[in-house]
Design a protein around this ligand. Structure first.
Ligand code: ADP
Ligand code: ASP
Ligand code: MG
Length: 411
């Protein structure tokens, strides 16, 4: 008998009929003898609907009240799922985050889990109940409701699996595993049987929203076996593994991640003296704006230009900060561009293979796609390009690196 944590995302429980189907699936697993803890998201579209309601009243509502509001979506689904389980004769009990006591810090809308009190849940599991926990939410030590960031139910599930020492954390969603790239963009993307934590972390942080980044980080840190599966179709899904035993057999590139959420800012004509970059990025940091890819160049005239990307929602704020600091530094101009996208090739196989960047750049060149920024790590190569060319870039690279479903993997 094993203890499983199963998480069902918004599309898996988007209607009452789907909630009934999920209940059926849980009852079957229960009948096989497994102990089960469930984490659910809100019904698909609900969190966005709640955010839109708030924005109809105020442009920048209080972050505390926002969390009170958006956490309600998950309270609806835990209750409905428990009812569907009861109807099938399956004992089940719902918990919102504060009832479990998922203790977080107080960073509203991006809170981090600090501790989970598992004793009540363990009692229920011992009594043979299925426990159904609201994802995405917690409570800080002063009793304020907090949320964990968009897609945060994945993190709740992994954290619960760690607290309960579960045998596996299963993320049920609308795709039957992790693919070589988003199957919505490349129709013949290939499902991966397994992917390493390291690769999955890069895929998630470069834009593959199939798993929230923090969930992958957490699972890697606490060595929780993590699997992505379909709610609608039987199959083994994708196992996120610690080590890759047959590293030699790995394709050089395991997957392509991308993201349209960023914007690019450039400061030109910066006096090329020590401390300039620190002053610029320091000012951006103090405004609480996260910076992603950074590139600096020094021209022949001994002035530097600094380019970096931020979340698109932060572009206007960043521009205001930069105009001020540019004036103080004597830089000549500030430019902002929202029409960009980031794309990354990811693969642990890159460690032992040269030439991946050259193939990537020549493929983009052949398609007449201009590379605006480049950034690399041991297992990934990221480029920033114009957003209009993103789909073309992803498809071409997917095919060149033999990731298409009908292609043989590169050795
Ligand atoms: P849920 O509501 O279940 O949390 P999400 O929408 O957050 O589901 O995540 C599933 C979606 O992630 C898929 O529908 C797919 O379009 C997208 N996705 C992006 N990259 C990948 C990838 N590499 N493999 C699988 N799915 C991906
Ligand atoms: N309901 C939240 C969201 O839409 C959390 C989640 O789905 O994981 O982001
Ligand atoms: Mg999700």
């Amino acid at each position: 008998m094993s203890l499983l944590v199963q998480k069902f995302g918004g599309t898996s429980i988007g209607t009452v009929e789907k909630i009934e189907a999920v209940a059926e699936k849980i009852c079957d697993a229960r009948k096989r003898g497994d102990d089960i803890a469930i984490v659910v998201s809100a019904m698909s579209g609900e969190t966005n609907r709640l955010i839109a309601l708030a924005n109809g009243i105020q442009k920048n509502p209080s972050s505390r009240e926002m969390d009170v509001l958006v956490s309600t979506g998950e309270q609806v689904t835990i209750a409905l799922l428990c009812m569907a389980l009861h109807k099938r004769g399956c004992a089940a009990k719902s918990y919102i985050g504060s009832q479990v006591r998922i203790l977080t810090d107080s960073a509203h809308s991006k809170a981090r889990i600090e501790a989970i009190d598992s004793h009540r849940m363990e009692q229920d599991l011992d009594e043979g109940k299925v426990i159904v926990v609201a994802g995405f939410q917690g409570v800080d030590e002063r009793g304020n409701i907090t949320t964990l960031g968009r897609g945060g139910s994945d993190t709740t599930a992994v954290a619960l699996a760690a607290a309960l020492k579960a045998d596996e954390c299963q993320i049920y969603t609308d795709v039957d595993g992790v693919y070589t790239t988003d199957p919505r963009v490349v129709k013949n993307a290939r499902r991966l049987d397994h992917i390493t934590f390291e690769e999955m972390l890069e895929m998630a942080s470069q834009g593959s929203k199939v798993l929230q980044i923090r969930a992958v980080e957490f699972a890697g840190k606490y060595k929780i076996p993590l699997r992505v599966l379909s709610s609608f179709k039987e199959g083994p899904g994708t196992l996120i593994t610690l080590e890759d035993d047959d590293n030699m057999e790995k394709p050089v590139v395991s997957g392509i991640a991308f993201n349209r959420d960023e914007a690019k800012l450039t400061v030109r004509g910066i006096p090329d003296v020590p401390g300039s970059a620190a002053r610029i990025l320091g000012a951006v940091g103090r405004a609480n704006i996260e910076v992603d890819v950074i590139v600096q160049n020094v021209a022949q005239d001994k002035t530097a230009s600094l380019t970096f990307t931020v979340h698109r929602d932060e572009m206007k704020n960043a521009e205001v900060v930069l105009n001020k600091v540019a004036m103080e530094l004597g830089a000549t101009s500030v430019e902002a561009d929202a029409n960009i996208a980031k794309l990354a090739l990811v693969g642990v196989g890159m460690r032992s293979h040269a030439g991946v960047a050259a193939t990537m750049f020549s493929t983009l060149g052949r398609e007449n796609i201009n590379i605006q920024m480049i950034s690399t790590s041991e297992i990934k190569i990221t480029v920033v390009i114009a957003e209009d060319f993103l789909d073309l870039a992803v498809r071409s690279l997917h095919s060149v690196f033999e990731l298409d479903d009908d292609a043989r993997p590169l050795k």
